[in-house]
Design a protein around this ligand. Structure first.
Ligand code: NAD
Length: 239
Protein backbone atom coordinates (compact mmCIF):
# COMPACT_ATOMS: atom_id res chain seq x y z
CA UNK A 1 0.00 0.00 0.00
CA UNK A 2 0.95 3.67 -0.10
CA UNK A 3 3.10 5.16 2.63
CA UNK A 4 1.93 8.44 4.15
CA UNK A 5 4.01 8.24 7.32
CA UNK A 6 3.97 11.57 9.13
CA UNK A 7 2.01 13.43 6.46
CA UNK A 8 -0.66 15.79 7.77
CA UNK A 9 -4.00 15.24 6.04
CA UNK A 10 -7.19 17.21 6.65
CA UNK A 11 -10.46 15.54 5.60
CA UNK A 12 -13.64 17.60 5.57
CA UNK A 13 -16.87 15.75 6.25
CA UNK A 14 -14.62 13.10 7.79
CA UNK A 15 -16.98 12.00 10.56
CA UNK A 16 -19.07 9.52 8.60
CA UNK A 17 -19.70 7.93 5.21
CA UNK A 18 -17.04 8.20 2.53
CA UNK A 19 -15.09 10.77 4.55
CA UNK A 20 -14.81 8.36 7.48
CA UNK A 21 -13.47 5.67 5.12
CA UNK A 22 -10.86 8.12 3.76
CA UNK A 23 -9.86 9.02 7.33
CA UNK A 24 -9.41 5.36 8.29
CA UNK A 25 -7.47 4.54 5.14
CA UNK A 26 -5.18 7.57 5.47
CA UNK A 27 -4.57 6.81 9.15
CA UNK A 28 -3.76 3.17 8.33
CA UNK A 29 -1.22 4.46 5.77
CA UNK A 30 0.55 6.36 8.54
CA UNK A 31 -0.82 9.86 8.04
CA UNK A 32 -1.66 12.23 10.87
CA UNK A 33 -5.33 12.88 10.14
CA UNK A 34 -7.52 15.84 11.02
CA UNK A 35 -11.22 14.92 10.97
CA UNK A 36 -13.07 18.18 10.21
CA UNK A 37 -16.85 18.13 10.35
CA UNK A 38 -19.98 19.79 11.71
CA UNK A 39 -20.85 16.44 13.36
CA UNK A 40 -19.04 17.01 16.63
CA UNK A 41 -19.93 13.83 18.55
CA UNK A 42 -19.26 11.45 15.65
CA UNK A 43 -16.07 13.25 14.65
CA UNK A 44 -14.70 13.24 18.20
CA UNK A 45 -15.57 9.56 18.65
CA UNK A 46 -13.78 8.62 15.42
CA UNK A 47 -10.63 10.58 16.32
CA UNK A 48 -10.66 9.06 19.82
CA UNK A 49 -11.03 5.54 18.42
CA UNK A 50 -8.08 6.06 16.07
CA UNK A 51 -6.03 7.53 18.91
CA UNK A 52 -2.52 8.75 18.17
CA UNK A 53 -2.24 10.50 14.85
CA UNK A 54 -5.87 11.59 14.70
CA UNK A 55 -7.65 14.69 15.95
CA UNK A 56 -11.03 16.34 15.47
CA UNK A 57 -11.76 19.92 14.47
CA UNK A 58 -15.25 21.37 14.35
CA UNK A 59 -15.57 22.96 10.92
CA UNK A 60 -18.45 24.21 8.81
CA UNK A 61 -16.84 24.38 5.37
CA UNK A 62 -19.00 27.37 4.41
CA UNK A 63 -17.49 29.44 7.26
CA UNK A 64 -14.55 31.49 6.00
CA UNK A 65 -13.26 32.43 9.46
CA UNK A 66 -13.52 28.85 10.71
CA UNK A 67 -11.32 27.67 7.83
CA UNK A 68 -8.62 30.17 8.78
CA UNK A 69 -8.74 29.02 12.42
CA UNK A 70 -8.60 25.31 11.63
CA UNK A 71 -5.74 25.61 9.13
CA UNK A 72 -3.78 27.90 11.45
CA UNK A 73 -4.19 25.52 14.39
CA UNK A 74 -3.35 22.45 12.30
CA UNK A 75 -0.26 24.02 10.76
CA UNK A 76 0.79 25.43 14.14
CA UNK A 77 0.43 22.14 16.03
CA UNK A 78 1.40 19.63 13.34
CA UNK A 79 3.85 21.65 11.25
CA UNK A 80 1.84 22.03 8.06
CA UNK A 81 -0.94 20.64 5.90
CA UNK A 82 0.41 18.19 3.33
CA UNK A 83 -2.93 17.03 1.95
CA UNK A 84 -6.45 18.48 1.93
CA UNK A 85 -9.38 16.23 1.03
CA UNK A 86 -12.42 18.40 0.30
CA UNK A 87 -15.09 15.76 0.87
CA UNK A 88 -17.87 17.50 2.82
CA UNK A 89 -20.99 17.60 0.71
CA UNK A 90 -24.76 17.60 0.69
CA UNK A 91 -27.27 16.57 -1.94
CA UNK A 92 -30.82 17.44 -2.85
CA UNK A 93 -33.04 16.37 -5.66
CA UNK A 94 -36.09 18.00 -7.17
CA UNK A 95 -37.60 18.71 -10.56
CA UNK A 96 -36.46 22.17 -11.64
CA UNK A 97 -39.83 23.82 -10.91
CA UNK A 98 -39.57 22.64 -7.30
CA UNK A 99 -35.92 23.45 -6.70
CA UNK A 100 -36.17 26.37 -4.29
CA UNK A 101 -33.56 29.11 -4.29
CA UNK A 102 -32.72 28.14 -0.71
CA UNK A 103 -31.98 24.54 -1.75
CA UNK A 104 -29.90 25.66 -4.72
CA UNK A 105 -27.89 28.04 -2.53
CA UNK A 106 -27.36 25.46 0.21
CA UNK A 107 -25.89 22.84 -2.09
CA UNK A 108 -23.70 25.38 -3.88
CA UNK A 109 -22.52 26.78 -0.53
CA UNK A 110 -21.31 23.46 0.90
CA UNK A 111 -20.11 21.65 -2.24
CA UNK A 112 -18.71 24.47 -4.36
CA UNK A 113 -17.98 27.40 -2.03
CA UNK A 114 -16.82 25.09 0.77
CA UNK A 115 -14.29 23.50 -1.57
CA UNK A 116 -13.11 26.92 -2.77
CA UNK A 117 -12.65 28.17 0.80
CA UNK A 118 -10.73 25.04 1.76
CA UNK A 119 -8.36 25.31 -1.20
CA UNK A 120 -7.79 28.99 -0.53
CA UNK A 121 -7.10 28.43 3.16
CA UNK A 122 -4.39 25.76 2.68
CA UNK A 123 -2.57 27.29 -0.29
CA UNK A 124 -0.33 29.65 1.74
CA UNK A 125 0.76 26.78 4.00
CA UNK A 126 1.42 24.48 1.03
CA UNK A 127 3.28 27.22 -0.87
CA UNK A 128 5.51 27.77 2.16
CA UNK A 129 6.30 24.04 2.19
CA UNK A 130 6.85 23.98 -1.57
CA UNK A 131 4.54 21.02 -1.93
CA UNK A 132 1.01 19.79 -1.30
CA UNK A 133 -1.83 17.71 -2.66
CA UNK A 134 -5.45 18.80 -2.81
CA UNK A 135 -8.04 16.10 -3.49
CA UNK A 136 -11.45 17.51 -4.37
CA UNK A 137 -14.40 15.14 -4.16
CA UNK A 138 -16.76 15.71 -7.07
CA UNK A 139 -19.07 12.95 -8.35
CA UNK A 140 -20.07 11.17 -11.53
CA UNK A 141 -22.70 13.92 -11.42
CA UNK A 142 -19.82 16.37 -11.90
CA UNK A 143 -19.22 14.87 -15.34
CA UNK A 144 -22.70 14.33 -16.81
CA UNK A 145 -26.29 15.50 -16.52
CA UNK A 146 -28.98 13.71 -14.52
CA UNK A 147 -32.63 14.53 -13.89
CA UNK A 148 -33.60 16.21 -10.59
CA UNK A 149 -30.01 16.83 -9.50
CA UNK A 150 -29.58 20.34 -10.96
CA UNK A 151 -28.04 22.07 -7.95
CA UNK A 152 -25.93 19.07 -7.01
CA UNK A 153 -24.72 18.63 -10.59
CA UNK A 154 -23.88 22.34 -10.92
CA UNK A 155 -21.96 22.27 -7.65
CA UNK A 156 -19.99 19.16 -8.64
CA UNK A 157 -19.10 20.59 -12.08
CA UNK A 158 -17.93 23.68 -10.18
CA UNK A 159 -15.62 21.45 -8.14
CA UNK A 160 -14.19 20.02 -11.37
CA UNK A 161 -13.64 23.47 -12.90
CA UNK A 162 -12.04 24.82 -9.75
CA UNK A 163 -9.76 21.78 -9.67
CA UNK A 164 -8.58 22.31 -13.26
CA UNK A 165 -7.78 26.01 -12.82
CA UNK A 166 -6.01 25.45 -9.50
CA UNK A 167 -3.93 22.62 -10.97
CA UNK A 168 -2.64 25.02 -13.62
CA UNK A 169 -2.09 27.95 -11.26
CA UNK A 170 -0.51 26.01 -8.39
CA UNK A 171 1.64 23.53 -10.30
CA UNK A 172 4.64 25.88 -10.33
CA UNK A 173 4.38 26.03 -6.52
CA UNK A 174 4.64 22.24 -6.25
CA UNK A 175 0.97 21.82 -5.37
CA UNK A 176 -1.06 19.11 -7.14
CA UNK A 177 -4.84 19.39 -7.43
CA UNK A 178 -7.03 16.51 -8.61
CA UNK A 179 -10.63 15.39 -8.44
CA UNK A 180 -12.32 12.10 -7.52
CA UNK A 181 -15.71 11.22 -9.00
CA UNK A 182 -17.49 8.46 -7.08
CA UNK A 183 -20.53 6.71 -8.51
CA UNK A 184 -23.30 5.33 -6.32
CA UNK A 185 -21.82 4.51 -2.91
CA UNK A 186 -24.01 3.23 -0.10
CA UNK A 187 -24.00 5.95 2.57
CA UNK A 188 -26.56 8.10 4.41
CA UNK A 189 -26.54 10.44 1.40
CA UNK A 190 -27.61 7.81 -1.11
CA UNK A 191 -30.25 5.86 0.84
CA UNK A 192 -33.06 7.03 -1.43
CA UNK A 193 -31.37 5.79 -4.62
CA UNK A 194 -32.28 2.27 -5.77
CA UNK A 195 -29.10 0.56 -7.10
CA UNK A 196 -31.29 -1.83 -9.14
CA UNK A 197 -32.27 1.09 -11.39
CA UNK A 198 -28.64 1.78 -12.29
CA UNK A 199 -26.68 -0.09 -14.90
CA UNK A 200 -23.38 -0.76 -13.11
CA UNK A 201 -21.03 -2.93 -15.21
CA UNK A 202 -19.21 -4.28 -12.14
CA UNK A 203 -22.60 -5.43 -10.89
CA UNK A 204 -23.00 -3.69 -7.55
CA UNK A 205 -23.11 -0.28 -5.90
CA UNK A 206 -19.99 0.87 -4.11
CA UNK A 207 -19.09 0.72 -0.45
CA UNK A 208 -17.10 3.63 1.03
CA UNK A 209 -13.99 1.42 1.06
CA UNK A 210 -14.21 1.16 -2.74
CA UNK A 211 -13.18 4.81 -3.18
CA UNK A 212 -10.37 4.91 -0.61
CA UNK A 213 -7.66 3.73 -3.00
CA UNK A 214 -8.23 6.67 -5.35
CA UNK A 215 -7.82 9.14 -2.49
CA UNK A 216 -4.73 7.37 -1.10
CA UNK A 217 -3.13 7.43 -4.55
CA UNK A 218 -3.73 11.15 -5.05
CA UNK A 219 -2.63 11.97 -1.48
CA UNK A 220 0.67 10.12 -1.82
CA UNK A 221 3.89 10.48 -3.78
CA UNK A 222 2.69 7.60 -5.99
CA UNK A 223 0.89 10.37 -7.92
CA UNK A 224 3.76 12.87 -7.86
CA UNK A 225 3.36 13.75 -11.58
CA UNK A 226 -0.45 13.68 -11.57
CA UNK A 227 -2.29 17.01 -11.44
CA UNK A 228 -5.54 18.24 -12.91
CA UNK A 229 -6.63 14.61 -13.29
CA UNK A 230 -10.06 13.07 -12.71
CA UNK A 231 -10.39 9.63 -11.16
CA UNK A 232 -13.80 8.07 -11.64
CA UNK A 233 -14.66 5.28 -9.17
CA UNK A 234 -18.12 4.09 -10.17
CA UNK A 235 -18.02 0.41 -11.09
CA UNK A 236 -17.87 1.42 -14.75
CA UNK A 237 -21.24 3.19 -14.68
CA UNK A 238 -20.37 6.19 -16.87
CA UNK A 239 -17.74 4.48 -19.01
P1 NAD B 1 -22.67 11.71 4.05
O1 NAD B 1 -23.88 12.55 4.13
O2 NAD B 1 -22.69 10.34 4.65
O3 NAD B 1 -21.41 12.47 4.65
C1 NAD B 1 -21.19 13.82 4.40
C2 NAD B 1 -20.35 14.40 5.53
O4 NAD B 1 -20.16 15.79 5.25
C3 NAD B 1 -21.07 14.29 6.88
O5 NAD B 1 -20.16 13.86 7.87
C4 NAD B 1 -21.54 15.71 7.11
O6 NAD B 1 -21.66 16.06 8.47
C5 NAD B 1 -20.44 16.51 6.43
N1 NAD B 1 -20.88 17.87 6.11
C6 NAD B 1 -22.03 18.26 5.51
N2 NAD B 1 -22.11 19.59 5.45
C7 NAD B 1 -20.96 20.06 6.03
C8 NAD B 1 -20.46 21.36 6.26
N3 NAD B 1 -21.14 22.47 5.92
N4 NAD B 1 -19.26 21.47 6.87
C9 NAD B 1 -18.56 20.38 7.25
N5 NAD B 1 -19.00 19.12 7.06
C10 NAD B 1 -20.19 18.97 6.45
O7 NAD B 1 -22.34 11.63 2.49
P2 NAD B 1 -21.26 10.76 1.67
O8 NAD B 1 -22.03 9.89 0.76
O9 NAD B 1 -20.24 10.19 2.56
O10 NAD B 1 -20.62 11.91 0.76
C11 NAD B 1 -19.31 12.40 0.92
C12 NAD B 1 -18.92 13.16 -0.35
O11 NAD B 1 -18.91 12.24 -1.46
C13 NAD B 1 -19.87 14.29 -0.73
O12 NAD B 1 -19.14 15.37 -1.27
C14 NAD B 1 -20.73 13.66 -1.81
O13 NAD B 1 -21.29 14.62 -2.66
C15 NAD B 1 -19.72 12.78 -2.49
N6 NAD B 1 -20.31 11.69 -3.28
C16 NAD B 1 -21.10 10.75 -2.69
C17 NAD B 1 -21.66 9.74 -3.47
C18 NAD B 1 -22.55 8.67 -2.89
O14 NAD B 1 -23.14 7.90 -3.68
N7 NAD B 1 -22.66 8.53 -1.59
C19 NAD B 1 -21.41 9.71 -4.85
C20 NAD B 1 -20.59 10.69 -5.41
C21 NAD B 1 -20.06 11.67 -4.61
Amino acid sequence: GVDLTGRVVLVTGGARGLGEAYVRGLHDAGARVVVADVLVDQGRALAAELGEGARFEELDVTDEAAWERVVERTAGDLGGVDVLVNNAGIANAAPIEHLTLAKWEAVMAVNATGTFLGCRAVVPVMKAAGRGSIVNISSVEGKRGSPRLHGYTASKFAVLGLTKSLAVELGPSGIRVNSVHPGLVLTDMSVKIDPERLDIPLGRPGLPQDVVGAVLFLASDASSWVSGAEIVADGGMIA
